[in-house]
Design a protein around this ligand. Structure first.
Ligand SMILES: [Zn+2]
Length: 353
């Protein structure tokens, strides 16, 4: 029986696969983010014995690969900080430690499913963090730097795509947007910006906007303020290298917030952009359902959440033409997410979707 661990770092992913006795089943491997689809295929048969690992383990600070791995049929677990050695300020614990945890104490890990999402079982920390963040959020909103939708009295909406750039799906989304002549905002993760700078250039050259979506898609409650700051800064550096500019907006993974992270934002940096219409495309309910969910909830000012990376996004791509056509039929104008910032009198209102 095999156990695999996937660590993230400044330049990609490290993978270790061990057997029941704790011996390496393969040599350690390194993967650039542009090769994640290949990584998922390789993990299906990593060793001389062709069985897939009993468990593939990622940290709670690595939310970029679990969707693709579960979609590929692998059995994926999340390891939370209290069962792991201490993490460096930038990077996860070694892949070996993750695989070892699965081998010696699988019950201490949380199984992830394609339908459940990366933060399965962390509802208390998620909602607790948001609950404690109200005062900080109000302060950011007063400064025009926190919003979940734009003005309701203008016929503007923002279409947003999270978790890219992706070597397969970002280009497909860009082709469809170009066909309709509409613009969107791409909330990219730094690890993938670094690995796929040409995709980011293509986004910018086509007139779309960019957002910072952290480096490794971590669950914010598990980060120290310094770790959060590094996630933002390193991602901005990758954007700057790729396209010579940094985003004006930031979106936290899973929409998680904590007072510690928001304190960092209050010191400066991008505006925090949430959303009021969730397409639920990541759960892969079918293209028709995705389009219907968006069109049932969207209206003037809507900030619409979809995904071009972080998993199998074929359904998101298939749903997109219907989404765009439905919004155009209502005479809604597509604007960049940051164009909706700071203009909403009721920015702290509850989501409509
Ligand atoms: Zn995300």
């Amino acid at each position: 029986m095999l156990y695999a661990g996937i660590a993230w770092s400044a330049d990609g992913y490290d993978v270790e696969v061990i057997d029941t006795d704790g011996n390496r089943a393969t040599a350690p491997t390194h993967w650039g983010a542009e090769r994640v689809p290949e990584l998922a295929a390789w993990l299906g048969a990593p060793g001389p014995s062709t069985e897939p690992p009993r468990a593939v383990v990622v940290e709670s600070t690595n939310g970029l690969v679990d969707g693709l791995l579960t979609a590929a049929g692998l059995t994926v677990f999340r390891a939370d900080p209290w069962v792991l050695p201490e993490r460096p300020d930038f990077g996860s614990v070694p892949a070996r430690a993750l695989a070892e945890r699965a081998r010696t104490d699988l019950a201490s890990l949380s199984p992830l499913t394609a339908e459940g999402g990366g933060q399965t079982g962390r509802d208390d920390d998620y909602h607790g963090g948001i609950g404690r963040s109200a005062a900080h959020e109000a302060e950011l909103a007063r400064a025009g730097r926190w919003f979940r939708h734009g003005p309701r009295d203008r016929h503007e909406i923002a279409l947003t795509f999270d978790d890219g750039p992706d070597p397969v799906f970002t280009g497909q989304v860009l082709d469809i947007l170009a066909r309709y002549g509409v613009h969107a905002t791409f909330f990219c993760v730094g690890l993938h910006v670094r690995a796929l700078p040409d995709e980011v250039r293509r986004i910018v050259d086509a007139g779309h906007s960019l957002g910072n979506h952290t480096w490794s898609h971590p669950f914010l409650p598990d980060l120290s303020p310094r770790q959060f700051r590094l996630q933002l800064e390193r991602t901005d550096e990758a954007f700057d290298r790729a396209v010579g500019r940094v985003p004006a907006v930031f979106r936290p993974p899973y929409g998680a917030r904590t007072p510690e992270a928001l304190s960092e934002l209050l010191r400066g940096g991008p505006a925090l952009a949430l959303w009021d219409v969730d397409s639920w495309d990541w759960a892969r309910p079918g293209p028709e359902k995705i389009a219907r969910t968006v069109l049932d909830h969207a209206g003037p000012g809507s900030l619409i959440l979809m995904h071009d990376g972080g998993g199998d996004r074929r359904q998101s791509v298939a749903a997109l033409p219907s989404v765009i056509e439905g919004l155009l039929e209502r005479n809604l104008r597509f604007v960049a997410a940051d164009a909706l910032a700071g203009r909403s009198a009721d920015a702290l209102g509850e989501p409509a979707g």
